[in-house]
Design a protein around this ligand. Structure first.
Ligand code: ATR
Length: 277
């Protein structure tokens, strides 16, 4: 039997990564000969690690925190969504050694919301919290769903305004500070801030969610995240975390590498079961 093709995720820290499990489940399900592992990369050694992986015959990489912006400058070509995102989470190595950078986070979010949860975003009022790398990665995909409006709100309002300006050609989008949100209503609030990293919640006015409104946290955890807990308190019709997005962005990477799309629902169910073990 020929050796399996080599893939990996690079980040720091990386021990908590669920990507090796997700990709091994995809490989088992599709029968693809894929060997996928996690590689811890030290600060300042990212370019070296990528080159070494490629030179050893590696076929593709996922890139996670904190190297996504650096990966953006390290590939030979960028496709459009990676260019817009300013960040790369997927690298494809071609046989001639050249590399293409992509970003599958936005499509992962949309597939989870629409395909897995039955959301409809067209004509809806959306709020995106945060204006860092994570927000930039998903904003174009949200605007691609043709919402009635999208407000990007951030603790530092200027950053939200800058991000909104950068995406103004894609739809109706406006930047704001968090306090300015009082009195507004949204059908979907997406949390792309890093506040949840220490289980904290962004300070927000009450009653931002319209009747039947949903909340979606790009983060996930073994327990409900601070934002998911807030959405429940606010009476959200659905309060979702980012585990489904994680699996969907991985499936998009897998299909870029292997040319076929794995089933995601059994993998999401399996990961939820691991969490509650
Ligand atoms: P990432 O790549 O995860 O997006 P980032 O680029 O550092 O990380 O961006 C972090 C985002 O979370 C920013 O929008 C940040 O707000 P500021 O631009 O005002 O710094 C937001 N953020 C982090 N901690 C926060 C907190 N406690 N409350 C509100 N926003 C927070």
């Amino acid at each position: 039997m020929p050796a399996a093709d080599r893939y990996a995720v690079m980040g720091n820290p990386i021990h908590h990564s669920k990507s090796p499990l997700i990709h091994s489940l995809f490989a088992a399900q599709t029968g693809e000969a894929v060997n996928y592992r996690a590689i811890l990369v030290q600060p300042g050694e990212f370019a070296m690690a990528v080159n070494a992986f490629r030179d050893a015959g590696g076929r593709g990489l996922n890139i996670t925190v904190p190297f996504k912006p650096e990966a953006h400058t390290h590939v030979d070509r960028l496709n459009e969504r990676a260019q817009r995102a300013g960040a790369v989470n997927t690298i494809i190595f071609h046989a001639d050694g050249s590399s293409v950078g992509d970003n599958t986070d936005g499509v992962g979010l949309i597939r989870d919301l629409i395909h897995n949860h039955g959301a409809r975003l067209e004509g809806k009022r959306l709020l995106l919290l945060g204006a860092g790398g994570a927000a930039r990665g998903v904003l174009p995909a949200l605007l691609g769903q043709r919402p009635a409006s999208l407000v990007v709100a951030n603790r530092t309002p200027e950053k939200a305004q800058g991000l909104a300006r950068d995406c103004a050609d894609l739809g109706t989008v406006r930047g704001a500070g968090l306090a300015e949100l009082a009195g507004q209503r949204f059908d979907l609030i997406v949390n792309a801030t890093a506040a949840g990293l220490d289980d904290r919640m962004v300070t927000l006015p009450d009653e931002l969610l319209a009747e039947g409104g949903w909340g979606y946290d790009l983060m996930y955890g073994d327990r409900p995240t601070a934002f998911v807990r807030w959405c429940r308190q606010q009476g959200a019709a659905r309060s979702l975390d980012g585990l489904g997005m994680l699996v969907e962005q991985a499936a998009e990477s897998f299909s870029l590498w292997r040319g076929l799309r794995p089933e995601t629902l059994p993998v999401i169910q399996r990961l939820r079961a691991v969490e509650t073990d």
